[in-house]
Design a protein around this ligand. Sequence first.
Ligand SMILES: Cc1ncc(COP(=O)(O)O)c(C=O)c1O
Length: 494
Amino acid sequence: MVEALPAKGVPADQILAELGDLRAADLPTHGGRLFAYVYDPAIPGLDELATTAYARSAHVNGLDPTAFPSLLTMENALVGAAARLLGGGPGTAAPDVVGSVTGGGTESLILAVKAARDARPEVTRPRLVVPATGHAAFAKAAHYLGVALDQVPVSAETLRPSVDDVRAAIGPETVLVACSAPSYAHGVVDPVAQIAEVAASAGVRCHVDACFGGWTLPYLRRLGVPVPPFDLTVPGVTSISVDLHKYAYTPKGVSVLLHRDADLRRPQYFAFAGWPGYTMVNPVISSTRSGGPIAAAYATLRHVGDDGYLRLAEQVLAGVRGLAAAVSEVDGLRLLAEPESTVVCFTSTGSGPDLFVLADELAVRGWHCQPQLSYAGLPASIHLSVAAAVAPRVAEFGPDLRDAVEAARLAGPVRLPAEVLALAGALTPELLTPELVANLAAGLGLGADPAADSSAGPLPARMALVNTLLDAVPLALRERLLGEFLGLLQRPTY
Ligand SMILES: Cc1ncc(COP(=O)(O)O)c(C=O)c1O
């Protein structure tokens, strides 16, 4: 039983032992066998340094940087480092770049959209143009901020939008055009220079979402990889975001949002003096925020250094090439995109294995990848985010992949029970009742009580059934079902 507020306090070592038990059910954050969520540089001592720095600033409050100048100093240093890496700073074409440290990529994107919306107060129905491969956080930003989302389709071959389609999507109410460098799902860099040009000629801001692989692209370029222009060196790019908690390998909770100049950043800020307390001035969404992530990021960047990030990018490159080769050698699998950044993404050919079963078979063998559902003419795929720690594992991956493919072929695709299919086919989000959701969840093995047995996660060991169902239903039902399933898991324990 997990009880957060026991009648009598529990000794520290017992709590740490309990935490260890809880963490045992998690996927492995280190070791290069988890291809999503986490980024392991495998640098000895770095974790210890980052968590010590984190602990020292954990109680420092970013609410007021004048009260805690240590945070202001470290934030400005992080922004400067990101600016330099992404083509800005003294002596560059973007000498006046300014920025903010945010809590993550989603927050950076919400703020980029907010800044663009609030810079155009005369537009009563603001709109955001983004390729369909743009991160879901743009949809969240649009939803939260009352901005309409105009998704531009991408080609099934290049996984990029056509620049003409982007141009056609821009209208008088468009306040922001966005693109990715690279996209999360496929690791593909959009034609940033052309999109920025089209946006600039329409007088519209252009945000580059480099949250995911943006910290690695400049280093890949230095290693000879052909990386197209994507950063502040590109005229027309007005803002760019990069997550430090991804390929800068810092602990979670740090992203940087850069604007080409202070005028562009101004509408990002929120200020309110109309109450009797302190005048609230926030550059980011949170008001009180811990200094821990910022101090940990500062320590990480200083310790790894520019030369260290170059070496890490070299390892990522080796990992990407090794994994891509392993995939290409397997009959029945096909790379969805030629890897050009930090992602290997593959799909199954007509005669290939069921991808959702394959993902489960890989998990059985200790490789945790991210299945991606089919969408708008793009097939279901398997996503591998490749961090530096993956490189030494590549030789083990190939044989396990072949083995897993064989097992998936033998097992065959998951067949949804006829009654589940019939139910799902007749459902619309409006028809979902709590009872229907509970029945579906039970049928799929979801929602086991996480408190009942801390060694087992709340999800079934095999997810192919769930993924097959979600893949078969319309997008609105996917969203609603997943929300409902999550709601079932998020229940208080007493
Ligand atoms: C391209 C891109 N943008 C934005 C985000 C959102 O970042 P976060 O999960 O840190 O909010 C991600 C996360 O994977 C991403 O890959």
